[in-house]
Design a protein around this ligand. Structure first.
Ligand code: DSN
Length: 425
């Protein structure tokens, strides 16, 4: 019998010190950074363990109880556990936990509900929606006829009148509500009424706010929409993957559309990590953390509203009801990408965002989005969010970079008061 190659049991650090060093570099960057990227979070250790487990080795084409391999008794139990936990958490009739990402979840749902050439009405991605809901340069716009609605110019809230007009004109097969960048609650019932009036399916893309829904801090679209798509790693703060919740009548169409329709074999290690995520998301600790997320975003928005004269950054809609806020830099005359680079210099990460009715030539030049999930995941509460808001306001006002040293020190002090992944040493 040949001996197992030592390479198969060697730890990463000695097998591949180059890669291990790069991962350590990223760990230190995360520890030192005030992470305000609205789609990022702090995954629990147990999620990292499950996602990095031996389940990586297993093939399991199919679904629990109906696989193309007969050695899936443990994987079946793991996937069923993830499904049952997600069903209980969200009150969903059917759950598919196999999509590799939120985009794959959108692809799966559209594949299940539409024929090629059908019309899909989605939320304009230049105004907060996600391209995979309808846009021409994604599968959605290539296989279906994509039409989009957006925000009212007056208050930058979703324009339900426009949704209704477009729905009547285009008779979509599917209407998608849900966003990557929006600060207020969406009236899902209003979308339902429009969908019913034209005989369309309603899908809610809740990739960003699924964690708030799970915590009872956001109206739930589950049961109102025919299907909901989501990621498990944004506010849900867990496994890097996607999922679909849907009515039981759509279960077999959705399952077949995900596998084999849109994807290959499921990722058992990710599904296991999703199971852990849904367990955590049902705990009082998680709800308390999500309450700090929403409160923290409000605090930062309010500090930025008060500072808007000196920063030249307007808080879109004047605040937030969710985990993120958006500022419009147009009044400052500065562009979002250079401001983002300045923030990065002092240790703050955020991202530039397309913004509705931006007059600047470069699409997305004026919007900066800030989220609260990662800071709350590190233990941040009211005092830390107040401090983060003040640092952010001072950094936005410091156009000439005169305060770089001081701002760096303030970020450093804040982040060292909130250790990250300390169990990693
Ligand atoms: N890239 C994600 C976000 O940051 O919102 C959406 O896919």
């Amino acid at each position: 019998m040949a001996e197992q190659a030592p390479v198969l049991s060697e730890p990463l650090e000695s097998l591949d010190p180059e890669l291990a060093g790069l991962i350590s570099g990223e760990l230190e960057r995360q520890r030192a950074t005030l992470d305000l990227v609205a789609s990022e979070s702090v995954p629990p250790r147990a999620v990292l363990e499950a996602q990095g487990s031996i389940l990586t080795a297993k093939y399991a084409d199919g679904f629990p109880g109906r696989r193309e391999y007969d050695t899936c008794e443990w994987i079946d139990r793991i996937e069923s556990l993830a499904i049952e936990r997600a069903k209980a958490l969200f009150g969903a009739e059917h759950v598919n936990v196999q999509p590799y990402s939120g985009s794959n979840a959108n692809a799966g749902v559209l594949h299940a509900l539409c024929q090629p050439g059908d019309t899909v009405l989605g939320w304009d991605f230049t105004q907060g929606g996600h391209p995979t809901q309808y846009a021409a340069d994604t599968f959605a716009g290539r296989f279906y006829k994509g039409v989009s609605y957006g925000l009212r110019r007056s208050d930058r809230l979703v324009d339900m009148d426009q949704v209704e007009v477009l729905a009547r004109r285009h008779k979509p097969r599917v209407i998608i509500a849900g966003w990557s960048c929006y600060q207020r609650h969406v009236d899902f019932e209003a979308f339902r009424r429009v969908a019913d009036s034209v005989g369309a399916y309603l899908v809610v893309d809740m990739a960003h706010f699924a964690g708030l829904v799970a915590a009872g801090l956001h109206p739930s679209p589950v049961g109102v929409a025919d299907a909901c798509t989501m990621t498990v790693h944004k506010t849900l703060s867990g496994a890097r993957g996607g999922a679909i919740l849907c009515r039981s009548q759509l279960a077999s169409a959705v399952d077949a559309a995900v596998f084999p329709g849109e994807q290959g074999s499921p990722l058992p290690h990710v599904i296991a990590a999703q199971a852990v995520t849904f367990l955590v998301a049902g705990t009082p600790e998680y709800r308390e953390r999500m309450a700090r997320v929403v409160e923290g975003a409000r605090t930062m928005a309010s500090v930025l509203v008060d500072a808007s004269e000196r920063t030249g950054a307007l808080v879109v809609t004047g605040g937030t009801d969710v985990h993120q806020l958006l500022v419009d830099l147009a009044p400052s005359g500065r562009d979002a990408r250079s401001v983002m680079a300045r923030l990065n210099e002092v240790g703050i990460s955020a991202n530039a965002m397309r913004i509705a009715y931006d007059a600047a030539p470069d699409p997305g030049a004026s919007g900066l989005r800030f989220g609260a999930t990662a800071l709350a995941g590190r233990g941040g509460g009211p005092a830390e969010f107040q401090a983060a808001g003040e640092i952010l306001a001072d950094a936005l006002a410091d156009g000439d970079g005169l305060r770089t040293g001081e701002l760096k020190e303030r970020v450093r002090a804040l982040m060292s008061s909130l250790p990250l992944f300390s169990y990693l040493g």
